[in-house]
Design a protein around this ligand. Structure first.
Ligand code: MN
Ligand code: MN
Length: 467
């Protein structure tokens, strides 16, 4: 069953919409490279669109009515947006979900080191990365340093044209005969992911005594710069979240500019398009909900991951404020809900054709991809959506003229992956995995098709109209 290429059908007006959406998307992923940055930017966009914080509504004690738009933030990393529909919440809501954390290198708690007058930051990688991909390329540092006095210092170094950047060194080919014979998992090992941050020793003036600076003069120089730049001491790094990410903006990819090359498209491509669809939704019958969550890449754990009670607790607050009180109303609302659990899919790559089954693969430019199931080794860990729910989704997409395709993540037993779908499914709601096809997933620079970004947005819009 062949699915058509979306590019062949577009009107001039649709091409304009596609261009506008993708320009916004490129700016979003260029400026926002951590879950916190994505969350803050999404809140700003939501407020612009008339959303107010749920917290403030609870304080005012003002009842929620159809048309109201509220948002709730969890620890600056997870965001939930709701536009109240005309139908009771108990009848269920329509939920778009995606994650805003991406694979990267996290700076360790005691990170600063100096060896042979090279100062480095130790890192521990986050999510599934091929370590050899992260060397010999410009890197930036984004994140926060929380100080004992309660202040939180934001850090972004390496993105402005006149900012310095950082890198992890690789071995020259001339001396790499042993390295080149190693397995890819061993070419660059975890403890080799040291980010180069300095090479200039400070000069200790004659008569002055500074043991630390004499022992590690380059490190002392680096710490001095951090003190001047950010007003932090080395000990403050004990309570920091600093993420090392590829430096630079997302770009058009290809002579025809049909694709986007950018960092963190897993899963900000689904997060951004879900967010824009939510903000653009007009007076839905069922309440429209968008969930942007953290920690998916390490198993949806922790207070800001999908397995935390934040979603359920926030729904309980919303029901209470909408006058639908009692625990049963919440249970019914959750069980009667529909969800699109969005995460990127592995686009068919002819260079690596052997890991795909061509009929059940997704192709760049062929639209939003639905995965009935994900998982590995006999669908293990998968949500495996109902046939009936998939039929509903097919109807909605076809009626809306949305280009969609269906796929598995690679051929049987080639590997596998998980998403947040199974977690929401525990409430008994309808959930199906979907998302945008990506090439080079989890690499520092990932590739998507602009047509798929646009079709994801269109698909989410149609889904939110589902009665
Ligand atoms: Mn993902
Ligand atoms: Mn991923």
């Amino acid at each position: 069953m062949e699915r058509p290429n979306a590019w062949k059908d577009y009107t001039e007006e649709q091409l304009d919409q596609l261009h506008y959406l993708c320009e916004g998307y490129k700016a979003f992923i260029s400026e926002n490279k951590t879950e916190r940055e994505c969350c803050a930017a999404a809140v700003a966009m939501a407020e612009e669109a008339g959303y107010v914080s749920l917290e403030s509504r609870i304080e005012e004690g003002r009842r929620l009515v159809p048309g109201d738009k509220v948002y709730a933030v969890n620890r600056d990393k997870t965001l939930m947006l709701l536009q109240l529909g005309t139908e009771p919440l108990e009848a269920g809501v329509n939920i778009l979900g995606a994650h805003v954390d991406s694979p990267r290198l996290d700076v360790k708690q005691d990170p600063v080191d100096e060896k042979n007058e090279l100062a480095t930051l130790d890192t521990h990688y986050y999510g599934g990365v091929k370590k050899y991909q992260w060397v010999a390329m410009p890197l930036a540092i984004h994140g926060v340093v929380a100080k004992k006095d309660g202040t939180v210092v934001s850090v972004v170094i390496g993105e402005d044209d006149d900012d310095p950047v950082f890198c992890i060194t690789d071995l020259l080919p001339h001396l790499a005969s042993e390295q080149m014979g190693k397995k890819a998992t061993e070419v660059i090992e975890g403890e080799m992911l040291d980010v180069l941050v300095g090479n200039r020793p400070i000069v200790v003036k004659e008569g002055e005594k500074d043991g630390d600076a004499e022992k590690s003069p380059v490190k002392a120089g680096v710490l001095g710069i951090l003190r001047d730049l950010l007003d932090i001491e080395e000990e403050d790094l004990l309570s920091a979240e600093l993420e090392v990410v590829p430096a630079g903006a997302a770009r058009d990819l290809g002579l025809d500019r049909s694709m986007i090359l950018g960092y963190g498209q897993d899963d900000r491509v689904c997060a951004y398009t879900s967010l824009v669809a939510q903000l653009d939704a007009e007076a839905p019958a069922r309440t429209a909900v968008t969930l942007l969550v953290d920690k998916e890449e390490i198993g949806s754990v922790g207070a800001t991951g999908m397995t935390s009670r934040f979603f359920e607790n926030t729904m309980a607050e919303v029901l209470e404020l909408a006058g639908e009180t009692g625990p049963l109303a919440l249970r019914r609302c959750l069980a009667n809900s529909n969800m699109l659990s969005s995460d990127v899919s592995a686009g068919f790559d002819p260079t690596f054709a052997s890991v795909f089954e061509p009929k059940n693969s997704c192709y760049l430019g062929h639209g939003l991809t639905f995965n009935k199931y994900t998982g590995a080794r006999g669908k293990s860990g998968s949500n495996d959506a109902d046939a009936e729910y998939l039929a509903t989704i097919r109807r909605v997409m076809d009626e809306g003229g949305v280009h969609f395709q269906t796929a598995e993540l690679g051929k049987v037993d080639a590997g596998g992956g998980g998403t947040i779908a199974y977690i929401l499914a525990t409430y008994g709601m309808n959930v199906v995995d979907c998302g945008v096809p990506v090439l080079s997933m989890h690499a520092p620079w990932e590739a998507t098709s602009k047509a798929d970004v646009y079709e994801a947005y269109r698909g989410y819009q149609e889904f939110l109209k589902l009665a």
